[in-house]
Design a protein around this ligand. Structure first.
Ligand code: WT7
Length: 655
């Protein structure tokens, strides 16, 4: 970490906002002062951007920390705020979604269309027995029905749990079970790399294991044959598309659960991050307006994330739609049918605001400058990055080759848990430095602290923490308040028995530079960051050990130029099993099947022993040294130091 740091901190280039953007920016420098003077008044002002049917009596109730209530007593309907109010304001004919299927089929959905679709889906879900408070699992490709399904749940006060379409049966059934979802919304399949990729068989297998599932609602997308369970399965086109297009939205409490989204932790069981309604929508909506500087009449926005991640929730669905944006949604992969597909889409729709991830940017860099150069990208006026630290080279490449050397780059730091952007430049205010997420947004108190929760001085490094509650913060881990406290609130502050203030531990390392800007350095715990996704070492280890040939496994994240970290696994085979050429492939496939292809180890090493402490804890730090070809760090706590010689030797010979 120290080496990376030295490089980062020597970065002196600065990019001030273009004059015209600065002059017309939605949010100016005064916002920092307003929020500084009165943080709660600042957020109350932002909440007024939404339509409330009942005003709140208190902005924040923090009387039972770390359990926050924002906009206490306020009532609203989230879907009404994202759809109906734009139609009622005369903007029904404005395009909400330009949808581009991977095979090249397209759909154009106006806000008036979206209103009808959401109403129909709400009526159909009601007929399937969904009422306020129920959980609905959504396992769909990137098709408009995914947006419609989420909004229909929101409209009914039901809680959605979107599960990424790339996840396996185990992952899906675990998530359905944990939330006790009553209905699953899926499709026959979606298009991925030029081919139909089935989803329904995974749902069929998951539903068999999950007693809570009463109905499965199926969108026909690819037209491939699907198995059918009478009485349980219903087609979208036979129910939703036949349903009444009128539906009266009810209001729900500001703290009504809006969604659960699962994120990997250090233990095998994913955490169901719970977000609620009023505070979440306030911050998703305001940050979208502030960070992307949306001009609803002229901007065309495109976020390339999947709806199965929090970026899709906050910056495809709730942020943009609550602001009445026009956006592009693309179903497929960036290299289908060719490596210029993204730039073709930017050009086709004249995209002005683009939001993507460093892993994608590094891939584009690898594919070559000549590919984006073939397309006219001059419509772009602002480009954003999210998901992991963006190194200065990638930032500069992004600005030069995609942003034409003109556009601000907004590097946005946040998490599934934070619900919305927390640290980011303001495009009309900040002199951005390549590689830094710069400063906390107005109303957010982020800090970098040492082991004792003391703020580090300029030039210092430590742990990123959040000192005050924020509107879109997670409210708990679904069904596990204790784990919520243990994971986020017990490292520092009151929850650790030190002082009166509750301090949120983000789990990221960070540095504060001489000018007070923040540089994010990745996870401090054992979670690996692979292509922008957090994958837990323990989860992959559990998957490996679930294979009949494996006795024990240890997994580490090794630095990888493309994916940030790559999964490297060390396994001990069961007694009578022989190592062979097929074995590694078999284990890699097993991990893909159990967790998802994203968790596939890049390398699998068969070893005789694992380095362990005397108390039996695996020393992943040493394995990481091996995986990254470094000389070993401190081995004094190692139970048997000859183990490491054997492992290092095996790594060199590829055995
Ligand atoms: C973790 C959260 C937020 C949506 C996507 C990921 C890393 C995220 C940045 C950034 C440096 C970043 C952090 C964070 N991260 N954005 N701009 N710079 N690191 O959501 O899966 O909950 O992961 O992603 O490590 O803690 P997530």
């Amino acid at each position: 970490m120290a080496d990376t740091l030295a490089n980062l901190l020597s970065e002196t280039r600065q990019f001030p906002p273009p004059a015209e953007l600065a002059a017309n920016a939605n949010v100016k420098a005064e916002a920092y002062e307003h929020a500084e003077a009165d943080r709660l008044a600042f957020w109350a002002e932002q909440a007024k951007r939404l339509h409330w049917t009942q005003e709140w009596s208190e902005v924040l109730d923090w009387s039972n920390p770390p359990f926050a209530k924002w906009f206490v007593g306020g009532q609203l309907n989230v879907a009404y705020n994202c759809v109906d109010r734009h139609v009622e304001a005369g903007r029904g004919s404005k395009v909400a979604i330009y949808w581009e299927g991977e095979p090249g089929d397209t759909r154009e959905i106006t806000y008036a269309d979206l209103q009808q679709l959401v109403n129909q889906a709400a009526n159909a879900l009601t007929a399937l027995g969904v009422t306020a408070g129920d959980r609905v699992a959504i396992y769909l490709p990137m098709i408009p029905e995914a947006v419609v399904s989420m909004l229909a749940c929101a409209r009914l006060g039901a809680t959605h749990s979107v599960v990424f379409g790339g996840f396996s049966v185990e992952a899906l059934s675990g998530r359905i079970d944990d939330a006790n979802a009553k209905v699953v919304i899926t499709a026959d399949g979606g298009y991925r790399r030029g081919k139909p990729s089935a989803l329904k068989p995974t749902v069929d297998e998951a539903a068999e294991r999950c007693a809570s599932v009463e109905k499965v609602l199926v969108v026909r997308r690819t037209g491939e044959d699907v198995a059918w369970t009478e009485g349980r399965d219903v087609w979208w086109h036979e129910t939703v598309e036949k349903a009444d297009t009128a539906h009266t939205a009810q209001s729900f409490d500001a703290e009504n659960p809006l969604f659960i989204l699962y994120t990997s932790g250090t233990t095998a069981k994913p955490k169901g991050i719970l977000h609620t309604s009023g505070g979440y929508l306030t911050q998703a909506s305001w940050t979208y307006n502030a960070v992307f500087d949306l001009k609803p009449d002229t901007d065309i926005y495109w976020c390339t994330a999947d709806i199965g991640w929090v970026t899709g929730h906050s910056y495809i669905v709730y942020g943009p739609l609550s602001n009445g944006a026009t956006q592009v949604i693309y179903e497929g992969t960036p290299d289908t049918p060719h490596r210029g597909r993204f730039w073709e889409i930017v050009n086709k729709y004249k995209v002005t605001l683009l939001y993507t991830a460093p892993t994608a940017i590094r891939t584009f860099m690898k594919w070559g400058d000549d590919i984006p150069a073939k397309f006219d990208l001059s419509s772009l006026r602002l480009i954003g990055s999210v998901g992991e630290p963006i190194n200065p080279e990638a930032w500069i490449w992004y600005r030069e080759h995609i942003g034409g050397g003109r556009t601000p780059v907004v590097d946005t730091w946040w998490q599934t848990e934070t619900g919305a952007i927390m640290i980011s430049p303001l495009p009309g205010v900040t002199n951005a430095k390549p590689g830094s997420a710069m400063t906390p947004l107005p109303g957010i108190s982020a800090d970098v602290v040492d082991d004792e929760a003391r703020s580090v001085p300029a030039g210092g490094g430590g742990f990123l923490v959040l000192r005050d509650p924020w509107p879109s913060m997670l409210r708990t881990i679904w069904g596990d308040d204790q784990r919520f406290i243990d994971t986020y609130w017990s490292r520092f502050g009151a929850g650790s028995g030190n002082g009166e203030d509750w301090i949120y531990f983000a789990g990221d390392g960070a540095k504060r530079d001489e000018d007070g800007n923040l540089w994010l350095l990745g996870r401090v715990d054992d979670v690996m960051l692979v292509s922008g996704h957090n994958i837990s070492t323990t989860e992959v280890e559990s998957a490996l050990v679930s294979h009949p040939k494996v006795a024990e496994a240890a997994v580490v994240g090794a630095t990888d130029p493309t994916t940030t970290q790559a999964v490297v696994a060390f396994v001990i085979l069961r007694g009578d099993v022989k190592d062979g050429d097929e074995l590694a492939q078999e284990l890699r496939n097993h991990v893909a099947k159990t967790i998802g292809p994203i968790a596939k180890p890049r390398q699998i090493m068969v070893v005789q022993e694992l380095p362990k402490t005397r108390s039996g804890k695996i020393m992943r730090r040493l394995l990481r040294d091996v995986a990254e070809n470094r000389s070993l760090g401190d081995v004094t706590t190692l139970q048997d130091s000859s183990v490491m010689d054997l492992i290092s030797e095996g790594m060199k010979t590829g055995k």
